[in-house]
Ligand binder design. Structure first.
Ligand SMILES: [Mg+2]
Length: 188
């Protein structure tokens, strides 16, 4: 079968990783409970930054956010490696900017994700992402953003939502709370 995955905040815990980096850079000590209480994708608000300042902070910190030791979610790597060993095709579709695509691929390989060269797509806005996902004729697709899944609702892939504090309003998709449950959720 053909499996597609978003990367950031689906397979790897990027926002929380960035939250720790913000703490260091801004000499603050906000704890995990503050992080857990953020109900939007952007993380700058508890640091007292405006949206504009938050965007600047994110862009100025991107190098460190992307290429240091961001952890993957427990069980994510194991799940994808199991799929790979079982002979399934794995595709990665990320909206990360084009200039970060190849380095991100290398970084993901170094983290232990099974990646084939031509199965890695990047540098696209959400709308193009949807176009790419359609063209791949996937059996399953996983993302953390409800709007991406909603747009794909009438397409081929079975859709799963990576559980996050900011997507609790969405009730239509099967949720991955723990990657260890993936095979049970898709029952193949
Ligand atoms: Mg994502």
């Amino acid at each position: 079968m053909r499996f597609g995955f978003d990367i950031d905040d689906t397979l790897i815990n990027l926002r929380e990783h960035a939250f720790h980096i913000y703490n260091k850079k801004l000499s603050q000590k906000l704890d995990s409970s503050v992080f857990q209480s953020i109900k939007r994708v952007e993380i700058h608000e508890p640091f007292g930054l405006t949206d504009e300042e938050g965007t600047k902070m994110w862009n100025d910190t991107l190098e460190e956010i992307y290429y240091t030791d961001c952890p993957s979610f427990p069980g994510a790597k194991e799940t994808l490696n199991q799929l790979h060993q079982d002979g399934h095709s794995i595709f990665y579709i990320t909206a990360r900017p084009k200039e970060h695509g190849e380095r991100t691929k290398e970084w993901m390989i170094n983290q232990g994700f099974p990646i084939k060269d031509d199965h890695f797509f990047y540098g696209m806005k959400d709308e193009e992402k949807i176009h790419t996902i359609k063209k791949l004729h996937l059996d399953f697709y996983v993302d953390d953003k409800p709007n991406i899944l909603q747009t794909l609702a009438n397409e081929e892939p079975k859709l799963l939502l990576k559980d996050q504090p900011y997507n609790q309003q969405e009730k239509h998709f099967t949720r991955i709370v723990d990657w260890a449950d993936f095979f049970k959720l898709i029952s193949i």
